[in-house]
Design a protein around this ligand. Sequence first.
Ligand code: XMP
Length: 311
Amino acid sequence: MAFNTKRFINDKVKEIKNKVGNARALCATSGGVDSMVCAFLAYRALGKNLIALFIDDGLMRKNEPLTVATMLRKRGIRTVVIRAAKDFFRALKGKEDPEDMRKAFRDTFYKTLGKAVKKYKADYLIQGTIAADIEETKGKIKSQHNVLSQIGINPKKYGLSIIEPLVKLYKPGVRKVGKGLGLPKAIYQRMPFPGPGLATRVVGEVTPPRVKIVRKATSIVEKELKKFKPFQAFAVLLRDRATGIKKGKRAFGNIIIIRSVESKDALTATPTKIPYTVLEKIQKRIVREIPQVTKVLYDISPKPPSTIEYI
Ligand code: XMP
């Protein structure tokens, strides 16, 4: 049966209203498409009884805390930015194994939300988990940050009752709901952005200086590839380094990967066929604007066998 967007929205709005009643609920958004659409769906149901949280975990893209908070506030959603970078970097310190990093992120994320639920006297957390997140976590591909009860973790551990209105949908369905809610394309066509943020794009230890490098490189990649409208485009910082020449001197510097993929639902993906001249321009900008980087590579791996992110 074809997906009926209007009916889906009406049903979910009713469901959320029935569950939350006159209580208050929180939702958290990373600025990616799922959590943004979820926030607006919850707002339609709850109005002033919804508070959107943007957790500034130190792992977000350039200007995102302000961009996302503005998008939400402009449309009437009460929005709070929680500064928690120190907690996240402390939890990630010394961790290099991708699954250890993901679990440390998830634990800090839900502890932060647990505190917020108490502070704002909310009864529920509404989150934008989608079907693909659950499949990948259950399939042991990677532990998505927002999957708990489906793998036997009781949200009560964090003092949370969770509602997941998008849990049966895949990415194209989420975008239809965004459009059906009357949101501008800039919101429902947003690139997916993973909850654990730039931590999924740093191979090796996630430290503030290393995140700073990947954030700068990401902003260059996103800007230069915007016109190709890729499904997702970003930069990755490797743990390996490579010898190069900076200001006429030997430098053993960092390696940045350019990653850009085409996909419908993120379950499979193919690399974007970027013109060589554009890749050259990105390479030049990255080594010029980020002194620590000596080498830039383009990743031509599809999913499978690669995943989209690096950890
Ligand atoms: P992978 O790397 O598994 O990513 O091919 C598939 C899609 O999911 C996003 N992603 C995440 N989203 N929490 C999220 O909300 C996560 O922990 C997470 N890990 C990956 C990724 O950006 C891609 O769109």
